[in-house]
Design a protein around this ligand. Structure first.
Ligand SMILES: *Cc1c(COP(=O)(O)O)cnc(C)c1O
Length: 387
């Protein structure tokens, strides 16, 4: 044991020397988008609570009432201990929201990716994935033991070529995100679905950052691209724009029932906590009835985009705005200077993003005020000029 811990300590110091050691900071309180950390108030630009629902009174009420009647924990996995009314209602609501026959909820989005891909694919199958897909997808793809080929980010022709080269594979799946988590750009879904059709492949669409935000009514990246959800194996999380926790997949009933039988994180993990399921379902009602949260988010995104230094402003802005700074040391320096001005926008470094592309990842939410946006834009202009 002592030797093992010695080796671990050495790895941590080596990460420290290259500026890559990370530590979670303790947040003492959070109100809106302002966090209290180490006795200071800082405006948080690193929350995925895009619509500001995590502290919405209706979600809090729904969770409180469910907790009073049902308690907290789900007590068992759902095959063993049964499905609570709240899980059933949540899945019905998700299926209806995306116009699908059925939905399956997992305890997290990470587990949704892992459980779904590894249930559907095995050696002999082919996965063609965008180079920048999320770590949960990388882990899920590895777990399938299928052949995995990677295409250049957003390069549809490259994806088509990889599919064409391997004509013997049995099941063929293109894996992409709707809105990329570290870059904020949108996948070319129309072109990818043409390729999928021509090459007899499915598209597994991880819309963790697009669901409930993108599209005229929040139906996600397919709606924004004008394509029906049933062209995709559609996955999302309840932990980001919905302000709760958990992950889901929607689709035909046969697919969902198959996953009940084969998806290991569904079978072998305790179900989502009941108050969380109740809150997630309430969040769906809230976004249906209160489109103002999405409109507010759009307004903040536009305002920040207009205020960014031109060189840093992405051509097509979304609620995730990367400020790419290159070397880890530069990203850390800019993050530090912003912190000193009361702005919490941590540096994102390898291995989360490729080497040489360390960045700030600004996530805009409906809770930011115009003043927060303007202060961030001004601070960025100053800090980037001399860093
Ligand atoms: C956050 C995220 C996940 C995981 O979802 P959780 O519910 O947080 O486990 C999956 N895919 C992408 C692209 C993500 O950004």
């Amino acid at each position: 044991m002592a030797r093992l811990f010695g080796e671990l300590a050495e790895e941590l110091s080596s990460a420290q020397r290259s500026g890559l050691r990370r530590r979670p900071v303790t947040v003492d309180a959070i109100h809106g988008s302002v966090a209290q950390i180490q006795g200071r108030a800082v405006v948080c630009w690193c929350s995925n609570d895009y619509l500001g629902l995590s502290a919405h009174p209706r979600l809090i009420d729904a969770a409180t009432q469910a907790a009073q009647r049902w308690g907290i924990g789900a007590r068992a996995s759902r095959l063993l201990g049964g499905t609570s009314l709240w899980h059933a209602r949540l899945e019905e609501a998700l299926a209806a929201w995306f116009g699908a026959e059925a939905a399956i909820v997992y305890a997290s989005g990470y587990l949704a990716n892992l459980g779904t891909l590894s249930a559907l694919l095995s050696p002999g199958d082919l996965i063609v994935a965008d180079r920048l897909v999320h770590a949960s997808l990388l882990d899920a793809m590895r777990a399938t033991r299928a052949t995995v080929r990677v295409f250049r980010h957003q390069d549809v022709a490259h994806a088509a070529d990889l599919l064409a080269r391997d004509s013997k594979a049995q099941r063929r799946v293109i894996v992409t995100e709707g809105v990329f988590s570290m870059d904020g750009d949108c996948a070319p879904l129309a072109a990818l679905s043409e390729v999928a059709r021509a090459r007899d492949a499915l598209i597994y669409l991880d819309d963790a950052h697009g669901a409930f935000v993108m599209g005229a009514t929040g139906r996600g990246s397919p709606e924004a691209a004008g394509i029906a959800h049933d062209r995709f194996l559609y996955m999302g999380t309840l932990g980001k724009a919905l302000g709760a926790q958990g992950g889901f997949v929607v689709g035909p009933r046969t697919l969902i029932e198959f996953l009940h039988n084969r998806a290991r994180p569904f079978i072998y993990a305790t179900a989502l906590a009941i108050p969380v399921a109740a809150a997630a379902r309430e969040a769906l009602c809230v976004i249906e009835q209160e489109p103002q949260h999405r409109r507010m988010l759009d307004a903040r995104v536009a305002r920040l985009h207009a205020g960014l230094p031109r060189r840093q402003a992405p051509a097509a802005p979304s609620h995730i705005m990367p400020v790419i700074l290159g070397e880890t040391s530069r990203a850390a320096l800019v993050a530090q200077r912003l912190w000193e001005r009361g702005i919490w926008a941590p540096a994102i470094r390898p291995p989360t993003v490729p080497r040489g592309t360390s960045r700030l990842r600004l996530s805009v939410t409906a809770l930011h005020t115009d003043e927060h946006v303007d202060a961030l834009a001004a601070a960025l202009r100053e800090c980037l000029a001399d860093a």
